[in-house]
Write a protein that binds this ligand. Structure first.
Ligand code: AMP
Length: 292
């Protein structure tokens, strides 16, 4: 049976709750989200429980990480359903702040993590990672967790947050969680619900393309141009797929790599109609390939 999850609306409520947990000797795990929760998010909560005693989740659709032409207004907001899922997952509290609490009048700060935001999504979505880093810095300041869990689906975001933590000396351990997929391989995303039936069917090409490249790398192929070409060809067999980027990058710096002497990250962004999907896979020339 699930227990009602306390809903916290203010920074003071969060502080009181977290302080109480701490006083009773508990460590604090934090999972920031924008809501419209799916099993991928729930897997992050479960991961947080592997590393902390109490887990708090935040739900905040962060306006400053959306570009002007993006879907901030129409981003799915399913708060009732989200709370049910959090109860089922056993989260200890959910923080749902209003916009004015996060960005009060006069707010003037932006956190910019340079270098690793020049490529991939950073290049395509100017200002996006400043918005992400800024909101995470604010939320970390309010929650002050011991650990925070982020999905590897947003691999560049994970790298940006790790860098920020290091540079700004936040005393928080950042933990990456594996990509959670539908049975047919499509990475779960709050935006998948935008896909029309034909787009949804064709979207499975992303994982097929990525997996094929990973498989070739495991069998010894180190030429990143060839691996990218292979993935691209498979994805482009889906007529509705429009690739925005497809690159193999270093997992920490997010800079392109030409030859695979160490594991790299094959990252892709694809438009299906108005919906933009991202996905990635680790390309490891040293790994042994295993059929699923
Ligand atoms: P979002 O609500 O989209 O901002 O995502 C909140 C967190 O969930 C981020 O750390 C994402 O990387 C993570 N996440 C979203 N989808 C998945 C997925 N399919 N598998 C693992 N983590 C995910």
């Amino acid at each position: 049976m699930s227990v009602a999850v306390p809903i916290l609306r203010t920074a003071e409520e969060v502080r009181t709750t977290v302080d109480e947990w701490r006083r009773s000797g508990r460590t604090i795990g934090f999972v920031p989200t924008m809501g419209a929760l799916h099993e991928g998010h729930l897997s992050l909560i479960s991961k947080a429980f592997d590393h902390a005693d109490s887990v708090i989740v935040s739900i905040f659709v962060n306006p400053v990480q959306f570009c002007p032409d993006e879907d901030f207004e129409s981003y799915p907001r399913t708060i009732r359903d989200d709370i049910n899922k959090l109860e089922y997952a056993g989260a200890d509290a959910v923080f749902i702040p209003e916009k004015d609490l996060v960005y009060p009048e006069g707010f003037s700060t932006s956190v910019h993590v340079s270098n690793l935001t020049d490529t991939l999504c950073g290049k395509q979505r100017p200002g996006h990672f400043d918005g992400v880093a800024t909101v995470c810095a604010i939320l970390f300041g309010i929650v002050q967790p011991d650990i925070a869990v982020f999905g590897r689906k947003d691999a560049q975001q994970l790298a940006v947050i790790k860098r920020m933590i290091l540079d700004l000396r936040f005393d928080i351990r950042i933990i990456g969680a594996d990509i959670y997929r539908e049975r047919d391989g499509l990475a779960m995303s709050s935006r998948n619900r935008y896909l029309r039936p034909a787009e949804r069917m064709q979207a499975t090409a992303l994982y097929r393309g990525l997996s094929r490249a990973a498989e070739l790398a495991c069998k010894g192929e180190r030429d990143t141009a060839l691996l990218c070409q292979t993935a691209r060809r498979i994805i482009e067999e889906s007529p509705l797929a429009v690739i925005q980027y497809l690159e193999i990058v270093d997992q920490e710096t997010m800079k392109p790599v030409e030859s695979l002497d160490a594991p790299g990250l094959l990252a892709v962004a694809v438009h299906f109609g108005k919906t933009r999907l991202i996905d990635n896979i680790v390309i490891d020339p040293g790994a042994n390939y295993k059929e699923d």
